[in-house]
Design a protein around this ligand. Structure first.
Ligand code: DBV
Length: 248
């Protein structure tokens, strides 16, 4: 029962296809794979979290965390962080299956959400894809208000009840968004203007800090693997920009 394995397999194969300069991204020792036995009696389950990392000339970090803990605990969190000298959005997928059902977040998260020129460049082209899926993947309701600044108008946020919806429409949307994202990458040219570079850096940091601080998986990881492992995983791998900036 690994609902999101095909998503991960597709993403890795497709990245290799599209990015001839794809390289591994180092995963800190102890974080490639982590496992714990959770629950008691017939609810006892092994929960395994595996990590994947890549990079390319334009993309600082492409990383995935895959959590597999039986049919009612599956997560694929997949994010692409562009280098700081590109104005590219983030590719963000949070695909979550819990006992209550599925929770799907898929978007190209903008650096400058409210700038019309930025929207025209990075949101308008994906609106037709968004609209194709909207009838099958309706708005998922309740959403943290403070998070909305980080999402584009093409944000797919949905809570399907059936696995089949995930296997068909969500999988197809994931592939289409990733394709469109790599199309943006192909076209992206380096930013050299120092004022613009400063804005990009500030926006990336704002996003990173928010996600590291509010990581909705923190509670789950802490229960499974302890606080020390979890904080190191969040700041040392999942959202690691600041750590690397200090070194630079
Ligand atoms: N989410 C992550 C990482 C995860 C992860 C790194 C590796 O950012 C999993 C694991 N997301 C995860 C889990 C849950 C969610 C929920 C386990 C369920 C938490 C629970 O119910 O116990 C989008 N993910 C969510 C929610 C949102 C997102 C909005 C619901 C949380 C809530 O209702 O409070 N993706 C998430 C998000 C941003 C994003 C907030 C913000 C920029 O990109």
């Amino acid at each position: 029962m690994t609902l999101y394995q095909p998503f991960l397999d597709h993403a890795i194969a497709y990245l290799h296809d599209r990015l001839p300069d794809l390289q591994p991204y180092p995963i800190p020792i102890g974080f490639e794979s982590k496992s714990a036995i959770v629950g008691k009696g017939k609810h006892e389950n092994e929960v395994v979290t595996t990590s994947y990392g890549y990079q390319s000339s334009k993309l600082r970090q492409i990383r995935a965390a895959h959590v597999q803990g039986g049919s009612s605990l599956q997560v694929l969190n997949f994010v692409i962080f562009p280098k700081l000298n590109y104005d590219l959005p983030f590719f963000g997928a949070d695909l979550v299956t819990l006992p209550g059902g599925h929770l799907i977040a898929l978007d190209m998260q903008p650096l400058f959400r409210d700038r019309p020129k930025y929207q025209a460049k990075y949101t308008k082209p994906i609106l037709p894809i968004f609209e194709t899926y909207q009838p099958h993947l309706p708005w998922g309701g309740d959403f943290p208000e403070e998070a909305s600044q980080f999402f584009s108008p093409a944000f797919l946020w949905t809570r399907p009840q059936q696995n089949e919806v995930v296997e068909t429409h969500v999988f197809s949307a994931f592939k289409d968004y990733l394709e469109a994202y790599l199309d943006f990458c192909d076209r992206a040219t380096p930013v050299t203007d120092s004022e613009q570079l400063a804005e990009i850096e500030a926006s990336q940091l704002r996003y990173l800090r928010y996600r590291a601080e509010k990581d909705p998986a923190r509670g789950m990881f802490t229960r499974f693997y302890g606080a020390e492992w979890t904080e190191e995983y969040i700041h040392g791998f999942l959202f690691d920009l600041e750590k690397h900036m200090v070194k630079a």
